[in-house]
Design a protein around this ligand. Structure first.
Ligand code: ADP
Length: 225
């Protein structure tokens, strides 16, 4: 008798400071594994753009480089993970960002496979330099590729600087990262499915390191299950 086919799942959390390359790598990972990339930053910026109630409340916090409240963000992710396209897994970018969010995520995924946690590590001076030059598409929200001139290479939208990428706000975001998000490395570090990635390399090399890390972490996670 053959056993029923088991759908392979992949649940990824991308950790790392602003500018580490989480968004770019999450996008690549999502398209390779045909899983949704769930970026709380993108969802919140969309909400600001459309002028929804959530956007109204989030705008000032985002522009000041502060975190949006845990309850609001946890609610967004909980709803999103219940969508059909996230049944076989997801790539989370920008969530969790606090220990409260990480605890809530563990509860949300208790009945799924293990979380593969990738911590992308980049020195602070490199981050500041990268964020100073970053532009995003005002229409689809994608990060502009380095060779893009005035228009988004994906949808043709206008490229703009993010309102929270100014030097002073970037310093505030990095401070908040150190205080509220870095502790998540300790929260996850003992898990067999945690991997640290050197993010101070070319995007393609980082992608290759991530692929290797996911294979190793997924194998370790299955061994445990
Ligand atoms: P980056 O990783 O480059 O800092 P994001 O696009 O992930 O940027 O987030 C932009 C802003 O959106 C954050 O500075 C914060 O205000 C808000 N935000 C995004 N994700 C979260 C989250 N999980 N918890 C609280 N606030 C968040």
């Amino acid at each position: 008798m053959t056993s029923p086919a088991v759908q392979p799942t992949l649940n990824v959390v991308m950790l790392g400071p602003p500018g580490a390359g989480k968004g770019t790598q999450a996008e690549r990972l999502a398209s390779r594994h045909r899983l949704p990339k769930i970026s709380t930053g993108d969802i919140l910026r969309k909400a600001v753009q459309t002028g929804s109630e959530l956007g109204g409340a989030a705008r000032q916090l985002i522009d000041a480089g502060k975190l949006v409240g845990d309850d609001a963000v946890i609610g967004i992710v909980k709803g999103r993970l219940e969508c059909e396209d996230a049944r076989c897994g997801f790539i989370l970018d920008g969530f969790p960002r606090t220990v409260v969010q990480a605890t809530a995520l563990d509860e949300m995924v208790a009945m799924r496979g293990p979380l593969v946690v990738l911590d992308i590590v980049v020195p602070e001076d490199v981050l500041v330099h990268r964020l100073a030059g970053r532009r995003i598409c005002s229409r689809c929200g994608a990060n502009a590729s380095v060779d893009a001139k005035d228009a988004c290479t994906r949808c043709g939208g206008e490229l703009v600087t993010r309102t929270d990428d100014g030097a002073e706000i970037v310093r505030e975001r990095l401070k908040i990262y150190q205080r509220q998000t870095k502790p998540l490395v300790d929260y996850y570090a003992q898990r067999l499915t945690f991997r640290s990635i050197d993010g101070n390399q070319s995007p393609d090399i980082v992608t290759a390191s991530i692929d290797a890390a996911i294979t190793a972490a997924a194998t370790a996670g299955r061994g445990r299950a």
